[in-house]
Ligand binder design. Structure first.
Ligand code: C5P
Length: 404
């Protein structure tokens, strides 16, 4: 069973002001609707010089609003009607001129008018700036962004990099996918606001020689999903990742490591400074006792090499021994008898919560089933995609941090 998409039931007014980044907004409409939102596009005259309302209407499935003088609105008050039904107004691209208008509270065309007319307490305004780097750096723009922010607008980005004018610097509008993720995150309850969360994820790689090693099938997806969910919930998140090929969730600090010892050395010095530690990494239990300096070669006698193994430190148990210690959450990847093994880890590692999952059924996959085991009992989180499960787990952790 899959959870409803992240923006299900949300109605978003997507405003476009003039800028070459308008081309990204077409893709943004697709992503927002795919994520479950209904999207009402509003375009300024300048935006229509870059992309046509035809394109935006076709993608959003709704006529685009372009004028406050629209006689089709029964009350002729498009600015009131549009802002009253919106859960958020996202202006992407927000040009330097448009941000200046927002900062001054000007209302001489539909989009800026509805920004002023929106009910402040329940219709947030998000701005995705898009402009040349000199325009972004100009003192007037800095002043306007600061004023718009002080008045309650949320500024998303901008990104840095190549610009349409050929220059390189700050001012690029975030990519459509990044903006969609930012909006999804914006709507998540801030259950971990002010908290710091440390997470380990992925496998470790224990070198045998310069080209070989011992590793496992952990993809890191569950840990990366928890990092994203914790960040969406308002936490400052540090993610210590073994060798995986996954993009870093937005606004998450990532530390890449390879071996269990490196993971241990990255985690231990910073763990006590965190409120929560979630150990999702599939840390190798053993490593070769000695690292061969050169590649081990087959010899003429066809003798197979043998290795001595030595035990890796238990990172979770070591963090749980710290005083003060963060709230520790362990994972148990088992192939059978989940509840029994999870409870055994709870006791052996002396942690308040262990999350069980069936390793072979979940490694590398996008969905999972979790069994939460703590002193009070057990609770199953039914099969869902890993991000939805991560959000539920974050809720469970937040509840345990501040019991109501
Ligand atoms: O029993 P096991 O050691 O496999 O327990 C798994 C849990 O302990 C996971 O949360 C895993 O991230 C953590 N662990 C660890 N360091 C190890 C081994 C496991 O942090 N060396």
């Amino acid at each position: 069973m899959s959870n409803p998409p992240a923006l299900a039931g949300r109605h978003v007014v997507l405003g476009l002001s003039g800028g070459i980044a308008c081309y990204k907004s077409a893709e943004l409409v697709r992503l927002l609707t795919k994520a479950g939102a209904t999207v009402q596009v509003v375009m300024t005259e300048a935006a229509q010089a870059f992309i046509t309302p035809v394109t935006m209407q076709a993608l959003s499935g709704r006529p685009v609003a372009t004028s406050q003088w629209d006689a089709r609105e029964p009350n002729n008050m498009a600015h009131i009607n549009l802002s009253r039904e919106a859960d958020a107004i996202l202006v992407a691209p927000a040009s330097a001129d448009f941000i200046a208008k927002v900062a001054q509270g000007r209302a001489d065309e539909l989009l800026s008018l509805l920004c002023v007319a929106r009910p402040l307490e329940r219709c947030p305004l998000l701005l995705a700036p898009a402009m040349n780097r000199e325009m972004w750096a100009h003192p007037a723009t800095r002043r306007n962004v600061a004023q718009a922010t002080a008045d309650g607008a949320v500024v998303l980005g901008p990104g840095a990099g190549d610009q349409a004018c050929g220059e390189v610097g700050d001012g690029r509008m975030l990519e459509a996918e990044e903006l969609c993720d930012e909006l999804i995150a914006f709507f998540q309850p801030k259950l971990l606001a002010g908290r710091t969360v440390l997470i380990t994820a992925g496998p470790t790689f224990e070198a045998i020689d310069p080209v070989r090693g011992i590793t496992n099938l952990s993809s890191g997806k569950m840990g990366f999903a928890i990092a994203r969910a914790a960040q969406e919930a308002g936490a400052a998140v540090t993610l210590v990742a073994g060798p995986v090929h996954l993009p870093t969730p937005r606004h998450v600090r990532r530390i890449d490591v390879r071996s269990a010892l490196q993971m241990h050395d990255a985690v231990l010095p910073i763990a006590a400074a965190h409120d929560v530690f979630v150990a999702t990494a599939a840390v190798a239990d053993w490593r070769p006792a000695a690292l061969a300096e050169h590649k081990i070669k087959k010899d003429g006698a066809q003798r197979t090499p043998s290795f001595e193994l030595t035990e890796n430190p238990d990172i979770l148990a070591a963090v749980a021994r710290l005083d003060p210690r963060p709230y520790c959450v362990g994972f148990a990847a088992e192939s059978q008898d989940l509840a029994h093994h999870a409870r055994e880890k709870l006791v052996r590692k002396n942690v308040p919560l262990v999350v069980g999952n069936l390793g072979p059924a979940t490694f590398g996959r996008d969905d999972n089933t979790l069994l939460l085991v703590d002193a009070a009992g057990e609770r199953e989180l039914a099969t869902a995609d890993k991000l939805s499960l991560a959000r539920e787990l974050v809720r469970e952790i937040a509840r345990r941090l501040s019991p109501s």
